[in-house]
Design a binder for this molecule. Sequence first.
Ligand code: NAP
Length: 479
Amino acid sequence: MIESPLLPHLGGYINGEWTAADSGRTLAVTNPVDNGHLADVASMGEAETVRAIQAAEAAFENSADLAQRREWLSAIADAIANHREEIGRILCLEHGKPLAEAQGEADYAAGFFRYAAREIDALGPRTLEERPRHCTWTVHHRPAGVVGLITPWNFPIGMIAKKLSSAIAADCPSVIKPSSKTPLTMIALFTLLDREVDLPPGKVNLVMGSAGPITQALFDAPSVRVISFTGSTEVGQTLIRQAAPGVKRLTLELGGNAPYIVFDDADLDHAADQLMGNKFRGGGQTCVCANRIFVHEAVADDFAERLARRVADLKVGDGMADGTTLGPLIDENAVAKVARHVDDALGKGAREVYRGDASGLPGTFYPPTVLLNVTEDAACYREETFGPLVPVITFSDDDQVIRMANDTDFGLACYVFTGNEARGLAAIERLRFGHAALNTGSGPTPEAPFGGMKQSGYGREGGLEGLFEFTEAQTVPVG
Ligand code: NAP
């Protein structure tokens, strides 16, 4: 069992009160490092969600000015920063990622609130310089309404920070549903909101439990105008269908299949170093992590060897233990998927360059693995592996690798490494990915918009673009 000062309650949070499920039912949360039981949290459904929406509707009646919202955002950033160690510990225990990384995620989350507080004036009204039709024209950025925020397990605080910072900046009350696999970090955040931030009741509400009934209640309520979802493309597709009757606006941050392209003129050590940080963060369970590593055939063997030496230095184990750099995967299904991708690629002619050792570890581990000469018909070429597999695919020229990189339904992140910046930028112009990095494996940051193309979704989080996600422009000509 987990004990934490940030987890005095294990219920939802509706209208400023901690609440158990009406049915009394609970949901077990486990630690993937050993499948140990951590806690039982309230398992809610439609009725609790309807009450949360009603509380949010009431909160929507009282608007807050930009100065007040800025104060709330700064207070949330401070609360997260001041409790980064404990948030990180809870996150490490329920997710499995190494403690330092989990605490880094808390810093990343605080950054979104800090950024929104700094830039909130962008949401103020804008009066046009021109006077068309003999009127003064002003554009107001009104709050869209109540918003539903649905988050995945792979960044238990990072993903809600992206959404909630923009919702508070826009003055939209929210109903939040975390992943059933990692609700404890969200409860810890709500403990801080309850104790350390002076938000009015109903401004933020937490419901946990069955995704289907909770989501349906959000779609059924006329007051809910935007649903912001981060998760798999499969679920995103069902949400698009559900959004039609109520014409709800959706922000969808969905799956990826990121290409990582290493040209023959790249600094191979730098590309390998960057790949380590990019690929193994969160155990390889991030939407932006490299899924297909394209390396020019002239340097592929050399690159794979350099990479294998680095992968051999990973310390696989309990995220709470000193020095661990690779934790467990989230569950048995995740392990089975990586195993299927490795076996499939080997069966289709790939060569194993390196495979680590995770034997003897009790939880849901898969050893880090590097494969060379992976083919275009391999499952890992098409599907997001979401685990510590590095499949290296070779190419012979720029046109070929750009065709291969774009040969996917996804368009979230891509990475290009070359010693020739003009060559890299020319490649990026032709790559259909929302986040396109040159000579860095860096993922998103609060200050810049992030989001996908194609089936990786639509809408942006972070940056000025993200700040407008929960607003409606209202144009007011005054004659
Ligand atoms: P998921 O299975 O789609 O779940 C995401 C959230 O949706 C969870 O809260 C889940 O609740 C809920 N959910 C499940 N089924 C639902 C349904 N039918 N209707 C409404 N909500 C439903 O995704 P995941 O496994 O947690 O996350 C991994 C995926 O997220 C990967 O594909 C990854 O690439 C993607 N991702 C994308 C981004 C991005 O920025 N684009 C960032 C992170 C992750 P329960 O847990 O209760 O089932």
